[in-house]
Design a protein around this ligand. Structure first.
Ligand code: TYM
Length: 371
């Protein structure tokens, strides 16, 4: 049975079939061989790689070949500040931090305040408030202050715009229409925007005056930007950036992607323990309607948002996560217990994160790039 699904940077709808998406977008599957090659340099593999939460790539093999030849890469990722950050947004940032630690790589984090102003019914002041709020979450994850630079598009515009116009000159309106589903009624800022998201993929090359490989961790909704960028950047004499793609942490209602527009179905990093308990208590699970039926028939972890939270973020032990899967299928665990355990773990994580978030206030200026 094939259901319709849509994945663009601004909309994710339906049950996403990731193997179909690989074909649709023209991605490469992250294979055992490639991960093994990565592990030779990192010593171990992050659970998001072992569990194939990151499932696809573009040119990662090329990037590793360059690295093996001594041509060091840098990292680039980003955030569009339209709301508080939720747990789903942390997924690419957590892997980015691991990659930075393992390779000692420099990192640029782009905060696209321009994008969110252009695409959402928000004032510029609202977007800016979220931008600086989101920066705290990013710093709280523990990026290296010497090797990490964060910028808002509007505050680093002198540097970015000069490159963005060169990118924009090589992109036609019909390309944008096809890649993003934008059209006649889209505002002209939206049409231009992808040029801004392309620039950090060449920023280090521009600064150093020589080509530097770039690796971009993201969730797969952001890929269309870089499909366009990978076509254009070589025409300007730059390398194509390499990309590593994550699946979506689902929403608590079981939708494919946790999204800020469903406040009750997303756990934000600023949520209180009471919020977390309430949201998880109301979460969609793969369980049976009654405990008796759950014991008899077992649950379905594949469609269960609570199980997915353990799988993505909250059960570091591979053996235990597998055990949970089978215990659920055999009806040995019931949803109430799973939800209570998940709530405890999320609350403990957020307590620590919120502390670091407060400490981050003093570090903001050290991380920010402005011109
Ligand atoms: P934004 O703010 O929508 O999302 C930030 C990052 O989080 C990923 N993401 C998710 N990952 C897992 N599960 C989810 N439920 C989930 N929801 C979002 C996004 O794919 C993204 O990686 N335009 C971008 C900001 C940006 C950017 C970049 C992102 C600028 N340059 C380079 C990645 C790489 C945006 O609005 O992301």
């Amino acid at each position: 049975m094939s259901e319709e699904f849509v994945v663009t940077p601004w909309e994710v709808r339906g049950r996403v079939d990731y193997s179909k998406l690989i074909n649709q977008f023209g991605l490469q599957l992250l294979t055992d061989e490639l991960l093994e090659r990565l592990r030779k340099h990192t010593g171990d593999l992050h659970l998001m790689l072992r569990r194939r939460i990151f499932f696809a790539h573009r040119s990662l093999d090329w990037l590793l070949s360059e690295y093996e030849k001594g041509n060091m890469f840098y990292l680039y990722t980003g955030r569009g500040p339209s709301e508080h950050i939720h747990l789903g947004h942390l997924v690419p940032f957590i892997l980015t931090k691991w990659l930075q630690e393992k390779f000692g790589a420099k990192l640029y984090v782009q905060i696209t305040d321009d994008e969110k102003f252009l695409f959402k019914p928000l004032s510029y002041e609202q977007v800016r408030k979220y931008a600086y709020d989101n920066v705290l979450d990013i710093i709280a994850l523990g990026f290296d202050p010497e090797k990490t630079r964060i910028f808002l598009d509007t505050e680093y515009a002198k540097t970015l715009y000069r490159e963005a116009i060169k990118v924009a000159k090589k992109i036609t309106y019909s390309t944008i229409r096809a890649a993003f589903g934008l059209g006649e009624s889209s505002n002209i800022g939206q049409i231009f925007f992808t040029s801004m998201q392309a620039v950090p993929a060449i920023l280090e090359s521009v600064k150093q005056g020589r080509n530097v490989p770039c690796l971009i961790p993201l969730a797969v909704d952001q890929d269309p930007h870089f499909r366009v960028a990978r076509d254009v950047l070589p025409k300007l004499g730059f390398y194509k950036p390499a990309i590593i793609h994550a699946k979506f942490l689902p929403s608590l209602t079981g939708e494919a992607k946790m999204s800020s527009s469903e406040a009750e179905a997303a756990i934000f990093t600023v949520d209180s323990p009471e919020d977390v308990k309430k949201k998880i208590w109301n979460a969609f699970t793969g369980g049976q309607p009654t405990i008796k039926e759950q014991r008899e028939k077992g649950g379905n972890p594949e469609i269960c948002s609570v199980y997915q939270y353990f799988y993505f973020l909250f059960e570091p032990d591979d053996r235990k996560v597998r055990e949970l899967y089978f215990k659920c299928k055999q009806g040995e665990v019931v949803c109430g217990d799973c939800k209570a355990e998940l709530a405890n773990r999320v609350i403990a994580f957020l307590e620590e994160h919120q502390k670091k978030r407060e400490e981050a206030r003093d570090l903001v200026d050290k991380f920010m790039l402005r011109d």
